[in-house]
Design a binder for this molecule. Sequence first.
Ligand SMILES: Nc1ncnc2c1ncn2[C@@H]1O[C@H](COP(=O)(O)OP(=O)(O)OP(=O)(O)O)[C@@H](O)[C@H]1O
Length: 238
Amino acid sequence: MPAASLEVRGLSAGYGPTLVLEDVSFSVPAGARLSILGRNGMGKTTLLSTLMGLTRRYGGEILLNGANVALLKSSERARRGIGLVPQTRDIFRSLTVEENLIVGVKDRPRSAIQEAYDMFPRLRERRNNLGWQLSGGEQQMLSTARTILGRPSVLLLDEPLEGLAPVICDELMDAFTRLASAGEMTILLVEQRLENALDFAESVLVLERGRIAWQGTSEALRADDGLVEHYIGVGALH
Ligand SMILES: Nc1ncnc2c1ncn2[C@@H]1O[C@H](COP(=O)(O)OP(=O)(O)OP(=O)(O)O)[C@@H](O)[C@H]1O
């Protein structure tokens, strides 16, 4: 599936009676990258979960290549090309790396798992290890690889670098950049590490209390210390 465009119009959503996201609108052209920033608890995870159909939607549209998927179940959205790598690093802890990948290939031939090994050679080395035996970085690689084997046209990455050593962060960000550059996926990245988020994407969206507080280019955000301090925190870039 080639990369798809994503347009969100007036999206409001939350959990049960609690409204978290309010009137969120933005668009990402096919093959582009968007970083989603904001302090803790501002609604970043809720936004990705809502795109995937995992929250209660109050209103608004989610257009995937122009077709509204907002009323579809999560499984149908996945079938249409939305792939989420959750913050919780969803892997089967009692299965081996290879078994986890086999689950990820779904209806594709098993040989497709080689793509995952090419992307993350570390997973090939650890193919017979169980999920719980992996380091945090390896679990993130496995979780990402499983989603990517489903060939999503829009990939949602929720804080993939959380708790990882800088060298592993670089390895992961290189892999995400390669994926994005290949033009096969539109990528939305939620990331607290500002430098990584700005290096990765040309466009940025900042959430504040469930609403979009700022949208623009990474370059513009980087150049404005006041904006960074206000929305993300003092010294976030240093
Ligand atoms: N399952 C849930 N039920 C009720 N409220 C929730 C649930 N998950 C999150 N919230 C609330 O929604 C708001 C936004 O949370 P969310 O996790 O989307 O923020 P975030 O920007 O991703 O934060 P963080 O960076 O800490 O992950 C918070 O007030 C949070 O308490």
